[in-house]
Design a protein around this ligand. Structure first.
Ligand code: FES
Length: 111
């Protein structure tokens, strides 16, 4: 059984508010978003056809996939248009100007 650990992925200054960055955690692409100084991490691969969510548009705490506009809540990975899809999220910590992302994905609840 693996244990959760937080992996350093970027300097906080490299992900400015209003932007996102694709990082790799344990070989997996994760999109890290900075929304007004709060960081969120989602699986970078959109469950529709794999569009990179880090390239999506963010409004509030919702990201809209740049490919076909599916929308996900950054806080829990739930889909805002319905419960037929979801994205895993990851814990994020910022310490001493460094962003750390958990290697343990969290499955959002289906609502
Ligand atoms: S790949 Fe994201 S909406 Fe189609």
């Amino acid at each position: 059984m693996s244990t959760e650990s937080y992996v350093p992925v970027a300097a906080a200054a490299d992900i400015a508010p209003g932007t996102a960055k694709t990082v790799v955690v344990d070989g997996r692409e994760v999109a890290v978003f900075n929304v007004g100084g709060t960081f969120y991490a989602l699986d970078n691969s959109c469950p529709h056809q794999g569009g990179p969510l880090a390239d999506g548009w963010v409004e509030g705490t919702t990201v809209t996939c740049a490919w076909h506009a599916w929308c996900f809540n950054l806080t829990d990975g739930s889909m805002t248009l319905g419960a037929f899809a979801r994205v895993e999220t990851f814990g994020v910590r910022v310490e001493d100007g460094q962003v750390f992302v958990s290697n343990a994905p969290r499955r959002p609840e289906v609502r």
